[in-house]
Design a protein around this ligand. Structure first.
Ligand SMILES: [Zn+2]
Length: 341
């Protein structure tokens, strides 16, 4: 069927599926929201907390769904998703935000076809010189911006009925620009209204610290924040400080070249008894819109084939590995209010 008809069909199918499920509106429902509906946190098993399927780097002004063939992306990604599922993956957090190629109908189709539990997001990406921010960000207040994100939580994304499972934002290195500060503030307001966890792609430790100050001003606890790309900060002291404050610290650049470095980060956090605040993922995938066939698509296997064997060799116990890949993702993604008393 033609692309537009198929897209409509997918959306209607998603709506029908979601209509029959429990769709919580209130905060503190203690569920995890996936693209196929809410699940109990105890249902979530081994989860990759930061991966991508489709990414379009053209910029907010020009980004749209006509720039790629969703069927081609589907056919490219599906075998790799099925492959990582056979390796033991259950949950898959897709971190591509809107204006950078978020396509929730595509994610829904891939979840159904692969059997993986896929989670999507709401929020804006303010890093990379703010190239991926829509123009309205500069005119609107944090309250108005958060209103748009809260609407996606309440009413679903782009008419599909599919809901975000977390907030994804991003900032460059500190100090943050006024607009980046506004986005973090909008994320704090969205958290207070929805209980969604705030993931922030972060340039360095100073930027990570400044985010917690903005959240603190809204009485949002550090445990509501995931410091995405913590490996971009080389000074461990920042990771330890953030984790001690209760924040999630995400080392999410695992690939063949960085396995040993990641073992090192995890050994440091283990030595500080902070593994309970650490997340690990790969930032893999990436069908690049605009490149023939999507360019090089990185598989999702490295954690299973290389990192976990290396961790075991260094004395990490099955319980510690379970903490990193099962317990922590479930806790980090459980939708509930984290506000100072
Ligand atoms: Zn990423």
């Amino acid at each position: 069927m033609p692309l537009s008809t198929r897209r409509k069909f997918v959306q209607q199918t998603s709506m029908a599926l979601l209509g029959s499920m429990l769709v919580p509106e209130a905060i503190n429902m203690q569920v995890i929201m996936t693209v196929t509906g809410p699940i109990k946190p105890s249902v979530l098993k081994f989860t990759l907390v930061h991966e991508h399927i489709l990414v379009d780097f053209i910029g907010a002004k020009e980004q749209n769904k006509n720039r790629y063939n969703a069927q081609e992306v589907f056919e490219t990604a599906l075998p790799l998703l099925k492959d990582v599922k056979t390796k033991g993956c259950f949950g898959f957090v897709e971190c591509t935000p809107m204006y950078l190629g978020r396509d929730v109908s595509l994610l829904h189709r891939l979840a159904m076809a692969s059997g993986l539990t896929i989670i999507t997001n709401t929020g804006y990406y303010g890093a990379t010189g703010e190239k991926y921010l829509p123009a309205h960000v500069y005119k609107e207040t944090a309250e108005q911006i958060s209103g748009r994100w809260i609407d996606e939580w309440k009413n679903g994304i782009e008419g599909t009925g599919i809901k975000p499972g977390f907030i994804k934002t991003s900032v460059d290195k500190g100090p943050l620009t006024p607009t980046q500060r506004k986005i973090i503030d909008a994320a704090a307001l969205t958290h207070l209204a929805t209980g969604l966890t705030i993931g922030v792609h972060t340039g360095d430790g100073k930027a990570a610290r400044e985010q917690l100050e903005i959240l603190n001003a809204r009485q949002v606890l550090p445990s509501a924040r995931i410091w995405i790309h913590a490996q971009s900060e080389k000074d461990n002291a920042y990771h330890i400080e953030a984790a001690r404050a209760g924040s999630w610290v995400s080392f999410d650049g695992v690939n063949q070249k960085t396995v040993q470095a990641n073992v090192g980060y995890l050994q440091t956090m283990k030595g500080e008894r902070l593994l309970g605040n650490v997340l690990v993922s790969q930032d893999a995938g990436w069908y690049h819109v605009g490149e023939p066939g999507g360019g090089k698509f990185q598989d999702y296997n490295c954690i299973f084939t290389e990192l976990i064997p290396a961790l075991k060799q260094q004395g990490f116990t099955p319980q510690e590995i379970n903490t990193l890949f099962v317990k922590n993702p479930a806790r980090a993604l459980t939708i509930h209010l984290r506000k100072m008393a």
